[in-house]
Design a binder for this molecule. Structure first.
Ligand code: SAM
Ligand code: SF4
Length: 460
C-alpha cells in the first residue's frame, strides 16, 4: 500500500476518553497503524497523526473533545507552516454520534470515524493523506474483529480483551445502543486465541470487556452457544493467565452459571462491578432497567454466598428526571445495604436522541448537585472502611507502574485497589505478595513479602 512506505518512522498520538472498551480500541488502532509504519507517541508535539478516541456518555465529554481539538489545531497549523502534514482524527462514540457536525465545526479535522470502522484505518489514512476528508460512521454487518491484526499492544501485564459489543437494552438515559449498535458477541475460539496471544505478549491478567459483557452469547468451539460462565472457565484453563476480571455487567444477565463460577474459578478476582443506577423502583422503571432494587439485592446476596470475600462496585445516576427526595433516599439505602468497596456516581446528563431527554420533571441542578455530594460522601466513607479492613492482610499485588514518589511502585490488589510499596522496578509486570500496612480512602500502602515470608519494610 502506497502510504505504508511513506509512513515509515511516523508517529501517532492517541488520546483516549471513557470506558475500558475505548482503551482496548485505542490499543488496537496502534496495532493497525504499526503495520503502516506508525509508532505510538506519548505527546502530540512530534506526532504525524493525532487521534482523539472519544466518549459520548455524558455532555461534558463532548465539550471536552471540541476544546481539545481547538488546542491541537495550533499544533497542526504550526507543523503545516513547516511543511509537515499532520492528520487529525476524531474516533469513538462522539464521532459516531456527531459525524459531519464535527467537520462542519472543526473543518481542520481530516478523519471522523465511529467505533465499528477503525479496522478500515489503512484505507482511511490513504484517502485522508490524499487531501480527502473522511466521515465514516457506518455500522458494518461484518465484524471489525475479523480484520484486526494478530499483534497486540499491552501496557504492563494487565490486558483488556473485548468479547462483546453494543447493547440491545435501551436504558432511557443511555447513548450506547445508538453509538455502538446492537449486541454482538465474538466466537469463543477467536477470544481464546486472542487471550493466548496476550499471554505471549506478557499478560498475567485479562479483563474481558463488553458494554454488556454478561450478555455474551458467542458461538462455542462445538457450534453451541456459550455464555460468559463457559467462556471464563475456558479462559481460566490457559497457562499463564493468573487473573481474570470482566466488566461491565447488567444485573438482568447475572445468570445462575455466572454466579456459580465465582465460587469455582479461583483466577476470577473477588471484585465485581455491577451497575444498578438507582435504588428506587420507580426510577429504575423510568430508566427501562428491567430489574428492581430487590432483584439487585438478591443477586448480591447470592454472589456473596457463592464467594464470601467478593467485594462490589457500581454505577449510580443521581438526579434522573422525576427523582424525588424519597427516590434519592432509596438509592442511599441500597448503597448502605450493599456496602461498596468503591462506586461511581454521576449527575444525570440529558443525551440528545435518548427517551429520557424528553422526560418532564427535571431535577433542578442545585438539588442534583447536593444529592450527588451526599451520595459521594457515603461512598467515600464506605471505600475508606473497606480499605481499612485490608490492614494487616497479605495480598497478591500485580505491579503495573512506577509510583509518583522516588523508589515507589504502584500495583493492583485482587479488589482492584491501588497499592503503593517501596520496591525495585524489576517487579513491574509481576504478582508479588504485599503485607498491607495502611488503608486510605483511595489506596493502600504496604511492604513486599518475600517467598520465605519476610516483610521487606521500606525496601527500594
Ligand atoms: N452497560 C452498563 C450498565 O448497564 O450499567 C453501563 C455502561 S455506560 C457506558 C457507563 C455508565 O455511565 C452507566 O452505568 C451510567 O451510570 C453512566 N451513564 C450513562 N448514561 C448517562 C447519562 N445520560 N447521564 C449520566 N450518567 C450516565
Ligand atoms: Fe447503556 Fe448499559 Fe443500559 Fe446498555 S445496559 S443501554 S450500555 S446503561
Amino acid at each position: 500500500m502506497a502510504c505504508m512506505k511513506n509512513a515509515d518512522n511516523k508517529k501517532v498520538y492517541i488520546k483516549t476518553w471513557g470506558c475500558q472498551m475505548n482503551v482496548y480500541d485505542s490499543n488496537r488502532m496502534v496495532d493497525i497503524l504499526s503495520g503502516l509504519g506508525y509508532k505510538p507517541s506519548e505527546t502530540p508535539d512530534d506526532a504525524d497523526m493525532i487521534i482523539l478516541n472519544t466518549c459520548h456518555i455524558r455532555e461534558k465529554a463532548t465539550d471536552k473533545v471540541f476544546s481539545e481539538l481547538g488546542r491541537l489545531r495550533a499544533h497542526k497549523d504550526r507543523n503545516e507552516l513547516q511543511g509537515k502534514n499532520v492528520l487529525m482524527a476524531v474516533a469513538g462514540c462522539v464521532a459516531q454520534a456527531e459525524g459531519n457536525y464535527i467537520v462542519e465545526r472543526a473543518p481542520y479535522v481530516d478523519m471522523v470515524f465511529g467505533p465499528q470502522t477503525y479496522h478500515e484505518l489503512p484505507e482511511m489514512v490513504l484517502k485522508a493523506s490524499g487531501e480527502k476528508r473522511i466521515v465514516n460512521t457506518e455500522i458494518p454487518s461484518r465484524s471489525k474483529f475479523d480484520h484486526l491484526p494478530d499483534e497486540h499492544t499491552i501496557e504492563g501485564a494487565s490486558a483488556f480483551l473485548s468479547i462483546q459489543e453494543g447493547c440491545d437494552k435501551f436504558c432511557t438515559f443511555c447513548v450506547v445502543p445508538y453509538t455502538r449498535g446492537g449486541e454482538y458477541s465474538r466466537t469463543a475460539v477467536e477470544i481464546i486465541d486472542e487471550a493466548k496471544r496476550l499471554v505471549d505478549s506478557g499478560a498475567l491478567e485479562i479483563t474481558l470487556l463488553g458494554q454488556n459483557v454478561n450478555a455474551f452469547h458467542g458461538q462455542g468451539p462445538d457450534g453451541s452457544t456459550w455464555g460468559l460462565a463457559e467462556l471464563i472457565c475456558s479462559v481460566s484453563e490457559i497457562d499463564g493467565i493468573e487473573r481474570i476480571r470482566y466488566t461491565t455487567s447488567h444485573p438482568r444477565d447475572m445468570d445462575d452459571d455466572l454466579i456459580a463460577v465465582h465460587g469455582e474459578i479461583e483466577k476470577l478476582q473477588p471484585f465485581l462491578h455491577l451497575p444498578v443506577q438507582s435504588g428506587s423502583d420507580k426510577i429504575l422503571k423510568a430508566m427501562n432497567r428491567k430489574h428492581d432494587a430487590d432483584l439487585y439485592r438478591d443477586i448480591i446476596a447470592r454472589l456473596k454466598k457463592t464467594r464470601p470475600d467478593l467485594a462490589f462496585s457500581s454505577d449510580y445516576i443521581i438526579g434522573f428526571p422525576g427523582e424525588s427526595d424519597q427516590d434519592f433516599e432509596d438509592s442511599m439505602q441500597l448503597a448502605r445495604d450493599v456496602g461498596y468497596a468503591s462506586c461511581y456516581s454521576f449527575k444525570y446528563s440529558a443525551r440528545p436522541g435518548t427517551p429520557a431527554a424528553n422526560m418532564a420533571k427535571l431535577v433542578p441542578d442545585h438539588v442534583a448537585a447536593e444529592r450527588l455530594r451526599r451520595f459521594q460522601d457515603l461512598i467515600n466513607t464506605q471505600q475508606k472502611a473497606f480499605n481499612k479492613t485490608c490492614e494487616g492482610l497479605t495480598m497478591p499485588v500485580l505491579f503495573d507502574r512506577k509510583g509518583k514518589k522516588e523508589g515507589q511502585l504502584r500495583g493492583r490488589s485482587p479488589y482492584f485497589q491501588s497499592v503503593y510499596v517501596q520496591g525495585n522496578e524489576r517487579l513491574i509486570g509481576k504478582i508479588v505478595d504485599v503485607s498491607i500496612s495502611e488503608g486510605f480512602e483511595n489506596s493502600l500502602t504496604g511492604d513486599i513479602v518475600t517467598t520465605d515470608g519476610q516483610i521487606l519494610t521500606g525496601t527500594s
